[in-house]
Design a protein around this ligand. Structure first.
Ligand code: TEU
Length: 548
């Protein structure tokens, strides 16, 4: 039986920035509920909500102090139930963010654990008399000294995000019970945060190398990770149909992903891998480099081939941690609309489950952050402080934050051209991009040629043509530095997908497609047929023919 999510499209909502219903400048659940018809119009099947649980918001909600409630900023459990019912009424599903590699340091579990060395919950976290050399993803050491008990605790992210000790079966049982509690409430699955970090080498040995991620070899895809995920699957999902699980897995390889997503192994349905979002950088994400299209094709092509017969891919350009793709891999100036449509076309016609991040369907761009005061994200602020303290020129570091900072993804959703883009009647927690006067949902809905309606057609193709959801994948022109081309084939139907990742005109030398039917494109039909497969600036085309 084919899994339902192979023909589904997921839409990621970042609640802080989606829609504010009470004018406090921060998005909320009632705001999301008020925009469900917009999402239904787009045609998406599943909503993924980034965290809405009680949190001191040190890392924008990825630091949870209570797993079984809603942060008052976002609403109440009653608001959540109303939202869930409204989502289901529209035939859509809703998955929550599961953040269980760490809790907030304000979670009662950690308050107990740090209360004394002999507390029964001491071993729910990682305590050591002396730190090893592991580094936090948010700059600095991954260890914090607790003066009161004289020991250090591990935090791979901020010091207000202590890592849970998954070696402890009580920890695992408590998390399983919490997950069942949400599924019993009607939630349809989970996006699992850094879920391949749960198993650490209990000896906590020093890591080799230096810089961010030092020590990663001792906790990325750790020794018991498959055991933990299989146990979770058995304890939480077994016997529950129609759920979806996607594991966010920095550092996961194709080989590992085959094991994680092989249905026979009962771990997760799909993973978020990071290879394609780490190609355009040098030593770190703060060292941006131009993308080489051949490298992108090589990477995505390898994941397509690697999970062709076992497992399943997720497909994404954007999320709340990545800069806007049209600014990153496309052109957010003259050709913004075409480039945004091209990027959507190329991604959605790969084999896998596509994820649309809020605003991507409008072609939203990176934002014009002027000064460090404009940023809010802990990862960026900590990096700026550490780099400037180490002697880097502030303007240089700012340039890296503008290009790769996570706040680029977190500017408020642009609903209309009004002062705060229809996001809030108050003062937004993060400034609205001034280009909202042009780029907004109201204008997009009214323009049949908009990026929105192109994404709607892409999603329709996945819902109506089995070749899109289930067809095999074949990369073409792998060595071409401006053309992305591949075919999909299934039960006698073949698609050719073409994209010109440049502002010039190029011709794809691919014989045998003369006269093929144009299923979707981002240019108006030509009056006279072009010679061969000539592609105009940022042109995308999807052609269909029946198997020869
Ligand atoms: O992200 C994990 C992760 O790998 C990111 O930190 C990523 O490396 C970085 O942002 C890329 O720049 C997850 C969540 O998606 C992120 O928002 C959280 O900050 C993090 O985990 C900790 O929960």
């Amino acid at each position: 039986m084919r899994a339902w999510w192979k023909a589904a499209v997921v839409y990621q909502v970042y609640p802080r920035s989606f829609a504010d219903s009470d004018g406090d400048g921060i998005g909320d659940l009632a705001g999301i509920a008020g925009r469900l018809d917009y999402l239904a119009r787009l045609g998406v099947d599943v909503l993924w909500l980034s965290p809405v649980y009680p949190s001191p918001q040190d890392d924008a909600g990825y630091d949870i102090s209570d797993y079984q409630d809603i942060d008052p900023t976002f609403g109440t459990l009653a608001d959540f139930d109303a939202l869930l019912a409204a989502v289901h009424e529209r035939g859509m599903k809703l998955v929550l963010d599961l953040v269980v590699n760490h809790t907030s340091d304000e979670h009662p579990w950690f308050a107990q654990s740090r209360s004394s060395r002999s507390d029964p919950k001491r071993d729910w976290y990682w305590w050591r008399p002396r730190p090893n050399n592991w580094r936090s993803a948010f700059s600095g050491s991954a260890w914090e000294l607790d003066e009161a008990t004289g020991e250090h605790y591990l935090h791979l992210f901020s010091r207000k995000q202590p890592d849970l000790n998954w070696e402890n079966p009580e920890v695992r049982a408590a998390i399983h019970a919490m997950m069942r509690w949400w599924l019993d409430r009607g939630v349809d699955g989970f996006r699992m945060d850094v879920v391949n970090f749960l198993s650490k080498d209990p000896a906590l040995p020093d890591g080799s190398g230096a810089g961010a991620w030092t020590g990663a070899e001792h906790y990325v895809n750790g020794p018991r990770i498959h055991e933990f995920l299989h146990e979770m699957h058995r304890e939480v999902f077994e016997g529950r149909a129609e759920t979806l699980t996607v594991g966010e897995m920095p550092g996961v390889t194709v080989e590992e992903a085959r094991r994680f997503t092989d249905p026979a192994r009962g771990e997760v349905d799909m993973v978020f891998q990071f290879e394609h979002v780490q190609l355009d950088q040098g030593a770190s994400k703060w060292d941006p480099r131009p993308l080489d299209l051949r490298e992108l094709k090589a990477s995505l092509g390898r994941w397509q081939a690697g999970l062709a017969d076992t497992g399943w891919n997720s497909l994404y350009w954007n999320n709340h941690d990545q800069p806007r793709v049209v600014s990153r891999f496309g052109d957010d100036g003259e050709h913004r609309v075409r480039a945004a449509k091209l990027l959507g076309t190329i991604l959605h016609l790969h084999r896998g489950t596509p994820y649309v991040y809020q605003g991507e369907e409008l072609g939203m761009t990176n934002a014009p952050f002027a000064a460090i005061e404009d940023f809010r994200d802990i990862e960026s602020l900590n990096h700026y402080a550490e780099a400037v303290a180490a002697g880097s020129a502030p303007e240089e570091v700012l340039a890296a934050l503008r290009a790769r900072g996570r706040d680029n993804a977190r500017t408020p959703m642009q609903w209309d051209a009004s002062e705060h883009a229809g996001f809030t009647t108050g003062t937004p927690w993060l400034a609205v991009d001034p280009n909202h006067v042009e780029i907004n949902a109201r204008a997009a809905l009214a323009d049949p040629d908009s990026v929105f309606h192109h994404y709607r057609r892409l999603i329709e193709l996945r819902h109506t043509l089995p070749v899109v959801a289930h067809g095999d994948f074949t990369m073409l022109l792998a060595e071409h530095d401006r053309i992305y081309a591949f075919t999909r084939g299934h039960e006698g139907v073949e698609l050719l997908v073409l994209g010109n990742f440049s502002g010039g005109t190029v011709t794809a030398e691919i014989p045998g497609w003369e006269g093929a039917e144009l299923l979707l494109g981002n240019y108006a039909q030509r009056s006279e047929p072009a010679a061969g497969l000539e592609l105009r600036p940022w042109e995308a085309r999807v052609l269909r023919r029946l198997h020869r």
